[in-house]
Design a protein around this ligand. Structure first.
Ligand code: AMP
Ligand code: GLY
Length: 423
């Protein structure tokens, strides 16, 4: 029987998920709320805000939605999956409590300690003076993090004691991130290379995706401020199968087992960010969702029907499913608005999209775009994700950058070194 599906969100991740779901042999009507100009071409955009859970629930009931797929972390933290499940509807993603692995860094840290998951040494504080005293006794660099969700901006890598004090003043004193800063985590600085792990989880067990690598800084060579992510590739050639087994055994499975034992089974995508130094792996954080732009890269490699996988996670039947990934390499390069991650203009016309999309092995996923008088214009900081596949990383990279040369909008910026670290 055909299944109607609702995807929640408006970014590149959601365009990529909708694109893959639209290829399922079982897909009926596909909706994205609120979506962007890219999702409008492959699905029906629904004008309901992601924060309007009641509105989304009414919509899902009225359209006989078989599965709702949640993109953003704040929607999970707000309990969409709890509310849909209570109403007898199926939703892919963790419940509010299970999503605390991402929405509360102090919860995540305690969970890691309880389960002997390797992570940076840390302490948690709700008192500004106690937090300041603590940094005095510890070496720099030191890392200060707002415990709650802060749009990826609540992490400060502090080179000096003064910087750490300033970070604490901003988070706890000035409440720069609101209630997300009621509690802070202070932890040791870890060296190494970052790797993104993703796992489909069905409450009991997990199946890992190939490893990927994000590029979080705005500038070439990882310089400048953090962003939501400027580009990714997968697989990461130097991450061995042994390392992936270790991540499964020491980083993913203990968390699933603990949450299940405490009656909060984790269903959805678990995305630990790792710091890898030789054979040593440490968890930087857990995310309770698909990464963005990791997802844009992953959908180019996934060969199994995504709808079937997501249903198996919700139904708890993941072990029965054989998930296949292509042996090719995929890359995503993000095209961002001039000024991002600071202030930027919106409403600028984008040209060259169809020329780029017609090139071999290219898909262009929309993130911050909208339609104005039938024309695609910019509407966000990260505007597009140009993805390519190739026989290896160099091949994929060459194709992506050739496609980018055909796309233009005023102020467009992107990193020219996505993937270079692994070449
Ligand atoms: P998080 O949101 O906790 O993943 O932190 C955002 C980014 O800050 C990470 O992707 C790392 O680049 C960096 N980071 C976080 N924690 C540490 C740490 N303990 N040592 C070094 N870098 C870190
Ligand atoms: N790629 C970073 C994130 O999704 O959090």
């Amino acid at each position: 029987m055909k299944q109607n599906v609702l995807v929640i969100g408006s970014g590149g991740r959601e365009h990529a998920l909708a694109w893959k779901l639209s290829q399922s042999p079982d897909i009926g009507s596909l909706y994205v709320a609120p979506g962007n100009a890219g999702t409008a071409a492959i699905a029906e955009n629904v004008d309901i805000k992601v924060t309007d859970i009641d509105g989304l629930l009414e919509f899902a009931k009225s359209k006989d939605i078989h599965l709702t797929v949640v993109g953003p972390d704040d929607v999970l933290a707000a309990g969409l999956v709890d509310d849909f499940t209570k109403a007898g509807l199926r939703a892919y993603g963790p419940t509010r409590t299970a999503a605390k692995v991402e929405s509360s860094k102090s919860f995540a840290k305690d969970l890691m300690t309880d389960n002997h998951v390797p992570t940076a040494k840390y302490a948690t504080f709700t008192d500004l003076h106690a937090a300041k005293d603590y940094v005095h006794g510890h070496p720099t660099p030191i890392v200060v993090k707002a415990s709650g969700l802060a749009l990826g901006k609540g992490v400060y890598i502090c080179e000096t004691l003064e910087q750490a004090h300033q970070a604490l003043d901003e988070i706890m004193g000035e409440k720069l991130f609101g209630d997300a800063g009621n509690s802070v985590v202070i932890e040791e600085f870890l060296g190494g290379q970052e790797v993104s792990i993703h796992a489909f989880c069905d409450g009991n067990s997990a199946k890992l995706f190939p490893p990927s690598q994000d590029h979080k800084r705005i500038g070439e060579g990882d310089a400048g401020p953090n962003t939501g992510g400027m580009g990714t590739f997968a697989p990461v050639p130097w991450v061995t199968p042994a390392l992936m087994h270790k991540a499964h055994r020491e980083v993913v499975q203990p968390i699933l087992s603990d949450l299940k034992t405490h009656h909060f089974p984790y269903k959805g995508t678990l995305y630990p960010g790792l710091m890898v130094d030789g054979d040593d792996i440490k968890v930087l954080e857990y995310n309770a969702r698909f990464g963005d732009p990791e997802t844009q890269t992953y959908v180019r490699l996934l060969e199994t029907d995504l709808l079937e996988i997501l249903n198996a996670c919700v139904d708890g039947t993941l072990p029965d499913l054989d998930i296949k990934w292509s042996h090719r390499t995929a890359i995503t390069v993000v095209l961002a608005s001039g000024g991002y991650p600071g202030k930027y203009d919106k409403g600028l016309p984008i040209t060259g999209l169809s020329t780029a999309a017609a090139l071999p092995d290219i898909e262009v996923f929309h993130a911050g775009t909208t339609l104005k008088d039938g024309e695609v214009v910019t509407a966000g900081g990260r505007v597009l994700g140009v993805t390519a596949t190739g026989v290896d990383l160099k091949d994929a990279q060459d194709k992506a950058y050739a496609a980018i040369r055909t796309i233009k909008f005023d102020g467009m910026q992107y990193r020219t070194d996505i993937g270079n670290k692994a070449l």
